[in-house]
Design a protein around this ligand. Structure first.
Ligand code: NI
Length: 267
């Protein structure tokens, strides 16, 4: 069973055919999907998707680039939303210094607040970090994130930093980028990482793998990513599917019974 640990099916890119696409995922071997919030409105839509699809889980959080919309009032709503059944993580949260806005101070403040929320609720975190390697690591250490647990989404940093996150017990979200020809650094990281640290993710509708690069991505494209990981790790494709699914369940604290129940409902 393939588990997509990170997708954005609330995105407008799916407005035309969301229902037929999502209903067809189980028959295409997709046993679980975590729809990841990135703004207040996408968090609201994530909760709606959970009601509709029993094999969906949710993450509630505000992406660093959207943190300017947060207020005490909306943060209080976020806390309530994160307590909904089948919300399994706080995310995606972090720092993104690629964009000028919002300023670093705003991004850091809400990163702190959302990490504290994860600690309060006992949820793992989904970390988005772009061009902000050292501030991200420092803030995660301040919050003793090794006790929260979580995943570094779309890992894009060095092998040396991957070793730091490995020591902290983090998982690594590996998606379409690993199939890109110029992704040598990521190939090196995946080759190094033990298979029990890797989870599959699409970041749909973004980052479609080769040979579909540039098109709208969805969970049905995960086999291309698993195949590339199998080559880099020199293990079978089946092994990658099986182990990454086990890892996803550990990452999001999905116990066997609960997972089986939601999957059977999806049949
Ligand atoms: Ni994402």
């Amino acid at each position: 069973m393939i588990f997509d640990t990170h997708a954005h099916y609330d995105d407008d890119a799916f407005d035309e055919d969301r229902e037929s696409l999502l209903s067809s995922l189980p028959e295409n071997g997709i046993g679980g999907v975590v729809n990841v919030g990135a703004s207040l409105s996408s968090c609201r839509q994530t909760l709606a998707l959970l009601e509709q699809y029993p094999f969906f889980y949710g993450a509630i959080g505000v992406h660093p680039s959207e943190t300017a919309e947060l207020t005490e009032e909306s943060f209080a709503w976020l806390r309530t939303a994160a307590k909904t059944a089948r919300v399994v993580a706080v995310g995606e949260i972090g720092l993104d210094y690629y964009w000028e806005e919002p300023d670093h101070k705003t991004q850091k403040e809400w990163f702190h607040r959302q990490l504290a929320l994860a600690g309060e609720l006992g949820l793992p975190v989904i970390i988005h970090s772009r061009d902000a390697a050292s501030d991200t690591l420092q803030i995660l250490k301040e919050h003793q994130a090794e006790q929260l647990g979580g995943v570094i989404h779309c890992y894009s940093y060095s092998l040396a930093l991957a070793k730091e996150y490995e020591k902290m017990g983090f998982y690594f979200g590996i998606g379409g980028v690993v199939t890109f020809k110029n992704a040598r650094k990521l190939a090196e990281v995946v080759t190094y990482l033990p298979l029990d640290r890797i989870v599959l993710e699409t970041d749909a509708p973004y980052l479609a793998p080769v040979p579909l690069r540039g098109s709208r991505n969805s969970s049905v494209n995960l086999p291309y990513i698993a195949q590339r990981i199998a080559e880099l790790k020199d293990v079978s494709y089946e092994e990658v599917i099986k182990r990454t699914c086990e890892n996803a369940k550990k990452l999001y604290h999905l116990n066997g019974a609960e997972y089986a129940r939601s999957y059977n409902n999806a049949d």
